[in-house]
Design a protein around this ligand. Structure first.
Ligand SMILES: [Zn+2]
Length: 236
């Protein structure tokens, strides 16, 4: 086989590897950013529950203060009741005491609901802490590894590209440009094979005359349909 064709096959092999590694350079950062996103979500959820719990405790404190203040009033009125002269005053004060007592009963019920909610929120908080820790641990365990992998893959791509470019120095500029254009526009496949008389790039049937020329392997033959360079399969 012609030296040029051998070079082209080797360049395509290297470009195939570059293509696979480029997929990794997209997937690995995605993996990393999805771990970061998970942690951020977990942090937000935890903060939200923690905020709800704080609000609940504040409200409970206010309700307790309200009950205490009502109780103080009740005590005061009850003392006044002992010294009251007229029936009318007695009745008025007594009904105020009943009103405050029934208010306190309502607040008490409310407080019990708040305490139940508090207990639920505490359970929820523990769950969310566990989820947050898991997301944090996962990111911590993988962040460096993934960053190193991304760096390594990027370096490998540069090395392989250099290797390919060194090979390309043996070819004339026109051929290199054609190769590069095909890599760019034809889904990273510039060099394809004659597969039982069809182009392995686009499955177009190759003319018998061209098949003969491809098998002779003396010059670069292009597919009449996709334009890719067709070579004979090695070891055939
Ligand atoms: Zn083709």
């Amino acid at each position: 086989m012609d030296h040029k064709l051998k070079i082209l096959i080797q360049m395509q092999e290297l470009d195939d590897v570059i293509g696979e590694k480029e997929i990794l350079t997209r997937e690995l950062p995605q993996e990393l950013s999805s771990m970061k996103q998970n942690l951020e979500d977990a942090n937000n959820q935890l903060a939200e529950t923690s905020h709800l719990l704080e609000e609940n405790l504040k409200t409970q404190k206010l309700k307790e203060l309200e009950i205490r203040s009502n109780k103080d009033k009740i005590d005061k009125y009850k003392n006044q009741l002992l010294t009251i002269q007229t029936n009318k005053e007695y009745k008025a004060l007594n009904s105020e005491v009943s009103h405050l007592e029934s208010l306190n009963t309502g607040i008490d019920d409310n407080l019990i609901e708040l305490m139940e909610e508090e207990s639920n929120l505490r359970t929820e908080l523990e769950n969310k802490k566990a989820i947050q820790k898991k997301a944090d641990d996962l990111l911590k365990a993988n962040e460096e590894i993934l960053k190193k992998k991304i760096d390594a893959v990027e370096k490998e791509i540069i090395e392989i590209r250099n290797k390919r470019n060194t090979l390309a120095k043996d070819l004339n500029t026109t051929l290199v440009r054609r190769y590069a254009a095909l890599i760019k526009n034809k889904n990273r496949k510039a060099v394809v094979f004659d597969e039982n008389g069809t182009c392995s790039g686009c499955h177009y049937k190759i003319r018998p005359q061209l098949v003969i020329e491809i098998r002779e392997g003396k010059k670069v033959i292009s597919c009449e349909s996709c334009g890719r360079m067709i070579v004979a399969k090695p070891f055939e």
